[in-house]
Design a protein around this ligand. Structure first.
Ligand code: C2E
Ligand code: MG
Ligand code: MG
Length: 760
């Protein structure tokens, strides 16, 4: 505040007078300002106070003025300067004169005092006003302090929320509580949506659980809250009953007047929304409330976005991890993970002792299924197999898929080999049961090789190799069985590779030959047909039995070209016999499943018949029962193609497979060939006797011919004749022989000598 100066304390009782004037009578109250000429503009001469005039009652003012020097103060002189002037001059009054000599007024001690009092009064008033101001400020400060502390609390909650990577319910609860308190909302809620648009979290404040249950549903987009989510916009309404969109609140929703709703969104992705209803003071929500809520929602969206990103990264990592360690088709551990687990188990077994069994499982017939039904069914089969395998093992065991149709089962802690055998048998049992896939009944078996640590192998590679070898051994042993590894098998495995290598070049090196074994009519004893049987005389390996090389040819697919070669050669030979006028000799050719399912099979048949000129009725194809177990549609179609061409079909090795009467009835089969294993043991084995008899009568009832193979003894022959078996084939008449030998037999009208038998 400005300090008091002379001009602030001017005396009010100043009278302007001329020099010569002197008032008569009592002049106590006034201070006279004396001027030389004009009292308004004239030269100021001095001041005369009542004291001066009473001391010199007969003087005129001019005298008073002349007798003392003119003492004055300037208008802007501060109060202390004026006072010290009073003390120095001992005057009762001092003129206030401007710097250019004009009289402005006078100050007296009394006027000074009055000035001071006035000032004091003003100051007092001012200070009172300030006090009031301060008081209001204080009150406001208190309110603000409260708000600040709440803000602080809320922001702490929010920070807390932000510091988390996921929004748990408690955090949201803290958040909505603080927010509602901060903006004085009566109640409100946070709704977080899940990926499907449903309400994943509904956290409320200011309402009862009951009500919350009623209203905690995701807004459907019709009402105001839905709009917030669907349009990603804020809504602030003073009186929402007037709003046209005031629908969509579930029944039982607490009544409300004003509403504030903001979306929780980030980068245009809406995670949910916050809404607050009615302020406690009845006022509508302010812009500040809206800003605050938006900022809170923004914070939440960051957390949610963060959480989402973390989740994305986590799940990406998980799936990467999964891809690296699991087989995506079956969900089983893959080779990597299996390797890892086997290593671990081996390390443990090395340290603490113990036995580990590794089962190497290879499906039989998988390639056929894949070729016949396509990859989708193949894949479904692998999945189903994986499921069944997993059911066979215990928790600590590992089932893995190595590749294609190869699976591993590792039993990390077995007592003895029997445990492994038990699991292997279980696996065989479950895999032999049919699979129904895509409405089709599919049969697969498996060949299992078992290797044991520490007996058969010391490390992982050896364990895998020996189990693999044992598996191949199981395949060669006719499939659908398990084999424990033996050192002998290493030789067998080497043999397999050797066979495969040489088999590849056998056709071009002309190492194959076909021998023919006659098929004789039981009644009459005439040669009615021949079975073409392949012989391999390898330049390097010597004579190899078809029992050994045919499975290798099937496994490697080499059976297709080899089979074609047999078909063509046999048909050519049949034509030669026909040309020789030897009559309708039936040429029976073995066709393996792989060859039969080859997509070019029928074309190949046509081609061969065409180039050889053999009448189709002279050709008979021998197929095995197991071939009919899969992909009935394809089998049936191929059968019909064969049948339509007049070619005959014979089921080889009958009785060893699983064919049912139902199957046989449906197929255009001309002949059943009783497997030699049944023939061999008659008449000693009663079971076999019964089976042979049953097969014959069944064939009859189905109007099929029936032939018995592997007939070696007269006893067998007699029985077969008795059972009315149509034809026989076996050493009793002839071993498989060269075509020339067959020609000779035919020309010599070689007959089975049965008359004697008839007589008996
Ligand atoms: P398979 O079709 O059942 O042929 C009958 C087998 O029984 C032949 O063995 C034959 O020599 C033998 N056998 C004939 N009579 C007797 C007998 O009285 N006693 C005994 N113990 N055996 C007899 P092989 O020639 O060793 O052929 C074995 C298997 O190899 C055949 O069984 C057949 O499945 C397969 N095979 C032979 N040639 C071919 C071929 O060209 N293609 C295909 N896919 N498989 C063939
Ligand atoms: Mg045969
Ligand atoms: Mg046979």
């Amino acid at each position: 505040m400005r300090h008091l100066t002379a001009k602030d304390c001017l005396c009010r009782n100043v009278k302007r007078v001329l020099e010569e004037d002197r008032p008569k009578g009592h002049i106590d109250r006034f201070v006279y300002a004396v001027f030389a000429d004009d009292i308004k503009h004239g030269n100021f001469c001095g001041l005369a106070t009542p004291c001066d005039t009473s001391l010199h009652p007969n003087w005129i003012f001019a005298d008073l003025g002349e007798h003392r020097p003119l003492e004055s103060v300037s208008p802007d002189d501060p109060l202390n300067k004026v006072l010290s002037r009073f003390q120095k001059t001992h005057r009762h009054a001092l003129p206030v004169v401007s710097s250019d000599g004009y009289f402005i007024g006078a100050v007296t001690q009394e006027s000074l005092l009055r000035g001071l009092l006035r000032k004091e009064h003003v100051l007092l008033q001012e200070s009172r006003r300030l006090y009031q101001l301060a008081e209001t400020d204080r009150k406001e400060l208190v309110i603000w302090a409260n708000r600040l502390s709440r803000l602080h609390e809320a922001s702490r909650s929010l920070l807390n929320v932000l510091a988390h990577t996921a929004l748990e319910d408690e955090l949201l609860q803290m958040g909505i509580d603080s927010l509602a308190k901060l903006i004085d909302a009566k109640y409100g809620a946070i709704g977080i949506l899940n990926a499907e648009g449903g309400l994943a979290q509904f956290i409320y404040t200011g309402i009862s659980e009951d009500v919350a249950k009623r209203i905690g549903h995701p807004p459907e987009g019709k009402g105001i809250l839905g709009v917030v989510i669907h349009d990603n916009i804020n809504i602030r309404l003073e009186d929402m009953r007037k709003h046209p969109n005031s629908v969509g609140f579930p029944p039982g929703h607490p009544p409300m007047r004003s509403l504030l709703a903001v979306p929780i969104s980030h980068a245009s992705h809406v995670y949910g929304r916050i809404y607050l209803c009615d302020k406690t003071d009845g006022k509508p929500f302010s812009e500040a409330d809206e800003l605050l809520s938006m900022s809170f929602a923004h914070s939440l969206s960051l957390v949610l976005d963060n959480a989402r990103e973390i989740e994305e990264i986590r799940s990406a990592r998980q799936s990467l991890d999964y891809l690296a360690h699991f087989d995506t088709l079956t969900g089983l551990p893959n080779r990597e993970l299996a390797t890892d687990r086997i290593h671990q188990s081996l390390a443990q077994a090395h340290r603490h002792g113990g036995k580990i069994a590794l089962l190497f499982i290879d499906l039989d017939n998988f390639k056929n299924v894949n070729d016949a039904y396509g990859h989708n069914v193949g894949d479904a089969l692998l999945k189903a197999v994986a499921g069944r395998l997993s059911d066979c093992v215990r928790d600590g065991d590992t089932t893995a898929r190595l590749s294609g149709d190869e699976f591993l089962v590792m039993l990390p802690d077995i007592e003895d080999e029997q445990d492994a055998a038990f699991v292997a048998q279980k696996v065989l049992d479950v895999l032999t049961k049919s699979f129904i896939l895509d409405g089709k009944e599919i049969f697969v078996g498996a060949s299992i090789g078992i290797s044991i640590f520490p007996t058969d192998a010391q490390d992982f590679h050896e364990l895998l190799r020996t189990a693999d070898t044992a598996m191949y051994y199981a395949k060669n042993r006719g499939r659908n069985n398990y084999q424990f590894f033996t050192s002998r098998m290493t030789t067998a495995a080497r043999r397999y590779t050797e066979l495969e290598q040489h088999l590849r070049r056998a056709i071009e090196k002309n190492e194959f030959e076909i021998l023919y074994q006659p098929q004789i009519e039981s009644v009459g004893g005439d040669i009615v047909g021949v079975e073409a049987l392949l012989r391999w005389n390898s330049e390097v390996l010597g004579k190899i039995s078809p029992v050994e090389f045919i499975p290798v040819a099937e496994e490697t697919g080499l059976i297709v070209p080899i089979g074609n070669w047999v078909l063509e050669t046999a048909c050519r030979q049949g034509k030669i016999w026909e040309n020789k006028g030897l009559g309708d000799l039936k040429i029976a050719v073995n066709v393996s499943s792989r060859q039969f399912r080859d997509k070019n099979f029928i074309n190949d048949l046509d081609r061969v018949l065409k180039i050889t000129g053999l009448p189709p009725r002279m050709l008979e194809l021998e197929i095995t029962e197991s071939l009919m177990m899969q992909d009935l549609e394809l089998v049936m179609a191929t059968f019909m193609n064969i049948h339509d061409r007049g070619i005959h079909l014979s089921v080889d090795d009958f009785g060893t497979g699983y064919s049912s009467l139902g199957y046989l009835k449906r197929f255009p089969i001309n002949q059943l060939k009783i497997d030699k294993s049944f023939v061999q043991d008659i008449p000693q084995d009663e079971n076999d006797m019964a089976i042979v008899q049953a097969i014959i009568s069944m064939a009859k009832s189905l109007h099929m011919r029936v032939i018995a193979e592997g007939v070696e003894t007269e006893e067998q022959l007699k029985l077969l004749q008795k059972f009315q078996c149509d034809e026989i084939q076996g050493f009793i008449f002839s071993k498989p022989v060269t075509p020339d030998s067959i020609t000779e037999m035919m020309v010599a009208n070689h007959k089975l000598c049965i008359e004697a038998l008839h007589e008996q």
